[in-house]
Design a protein around this ligand. Structure first.
Ligand code: S3P
Length: 432
């Protein structure tokens, strides 16, 4: 819907990546881990249910999540298939954990998750000794059997993926000796930070831009108290909304600004956005600040593909910013967007075109001709945007709707609950 300026102080929910990892590592420590600020979206709840199914006690009392772990090596065989819903992170990281336990587990998911490639984790985890029966094309549903003791490997990531990196490191936790992951391009490092926080022996060596991460297995993890910072990927929708809606002046409190996640802030600033970092501090071992964002005219740019891993989930909403900027924005090197919750290049090209933007899809990016700040036409009385069970397409196009004359209709807003259950209410309250 067309909107008034966003003028408020808001908080976005806890970081999804950190929330998954807090539950998983808490479930592997001996004793009680406590987490506050945990995201209570469906993806994270799928991880919580899986950890319970494998023996951990996970419950919320008051504002705090209590996780009573089974110890590294102590996961139990789940009695039923693990239903991962829409969550690629739950699936791939848990496959890593199961790989080095002597248990069998089946993984299922929704229509979106069942199309996503699991070969990228099956391959290294097979080298460590796990065995898999997947659906054709290496997808869910799949059944796997872990091996204990597993075999330590040295693995160079063929794709820039924090999920693959984390799957191998988590498998390495219960593997004798040293498991090594080499990443040619840095990806989000929450697993490394948190593994160290829980007391695992983990070394990182940087040479010529590459990072070698070594974890010593058969670790004893000590329970932790974790404060989960706000999710920069959720804040992203509000950063763009306030940038493009005239008269906006919004403060988003407590946003995680880990450099491996903060690419969108840099790119929006290159486009002319006004984003100030206030009260920079550290929360739960992660850099955090309050972000003040004011409306500012944006200019199209060529986005450096090297920055992609640090804003990989933010492209749908960046494309919306580009559609409202002055001039052309070109993106490239984004093949990975085709295997997210949807093919985000195709989905956003179709969605933006339907909302009146000028957009061209290439093999590895979008080229977008902005309106120079004029509102998009919106979907008006036309067909609603097809979101393909992808929460970020739905939220990005809701932001486009704020800067449209006719509003943007969306076919299905339910997937938003996977990562940001209160999104619509928060947007309405900020734009009142
Ligand atoms: C995530 C890593 C990214 C990201 C996903 C969360 C994580 O996926 O897109 O939303 O928590 O490790 P890839 O590692 O597949 O790029």
């Amino acid at each position: 819907m067309p909107s008034g300026p966003l003028r408020a102080r808001i908080r976005v929910p806890g970081d999804k990546s950190i929330s998954h990892r807090a539950l998983m590592l808490g479930a592997l420590a001996v004793g009680e881990t406590r987490a506050t600020g945990l995201l209570e979206g469906e993806d994270v709840l799928a991880t919580a249910a899986a950890m319970r199914a494998m023996g951990a006690q996970v419950e919320k009392r008051g504002d705090t999540w209590h996780i009573d772990g089974v110890g590294v090596g102590g996961l139990l065989q789940p009695a039923q298939a693990l239903d991962m819903g829409n969550s690629g992170t739950s699936t791939r990281l848990l496959m890593g954990l199961v790989a080095s336990h002597g248990i069998t587990a089946a993984f299922t998911g929704d229509a979106s998750l069942s199309k996503r490639p699991m070969g990228r984790v099956i391959e290294p985890l097979s080298r460590m000794g796990a065995s898999f029966t997947s659906s054709p094309g290496g997808t869910l549903p799949l059944m796997m059997e872990g091996l204990c003791p597993a075999v330590p490997i040295e693995y160079r990531l063929p794709v820039a993926s924090a999920q693959v990196k984390s799957a191998v490191l988590l498998a390495g936790l219960n593997t004798p000796g040293i498991t090594t992951v080499i990443e040619p391009v840095p990806t989000r490092d929450h697993s490394e930070r948190m593994l160290r926080g829980f007391g695992a022996e983990l070394e990182i060596e940087e040479t010529g831009g590459e990072r070698a991460i070594r974890i010593r297995g058969e670790a004893d993890l000590r329970p932790q108290t974790i404060e989960v910072p706000g999710d920069p990927s959720s804040a992203a929708f509000f950063l763009v909304a306030a940038s493009v809606v005239e008269g906006s002046d919004l403060v988003i409190e407590n946003v995680g600004l880990n450099p491996t996640r903060a690419g969108l802030v840099l790119v929006l600033r290159q486009m002319g956005a006004s984003i100030e970092e206030l009260d920079a501090r550290e929360v739960g071992g992660e850099p955090v600040a309050d972000l003040r964002v004011r409306h500012a005219p944006l200019t199209g740019i060529d986005v450096d593909p090297a920055i992609a891993p640090s804003m990989i989930d933010e492209f749908p909403v960046l494309f919306v910013a580009a559609a409202l900027a002055q001039g052309t924005t070109r993106t490239s090197g984004l093949e990975e967007l085709r295997v997210k919750e949807s093919d985000r290049l195709a989905a956003m090209a179709a969605a933006l075109a339907a909302a009146g933007a000028r957009v061209e899809e290439t093999a590895d990016g979008l080229v977008i001709e902005g309106t120079g700040g004029a509102p998009l036409s919106g979907t008006g009385d036309g067909s609603p945007i097809v979101t393909h069970l992808d929460h970020r397409i739905a939220m990005a196009m809701a932001v486009a709707g704020l800067a449209s004359s006719g509003g943007v209709a969306i076919d299905d807003t339910r997937p938003i609950a996977t990562s940001f259950p209160d999104f619509e209410a928060l947007l309405e309250s900020a734009a009142r």
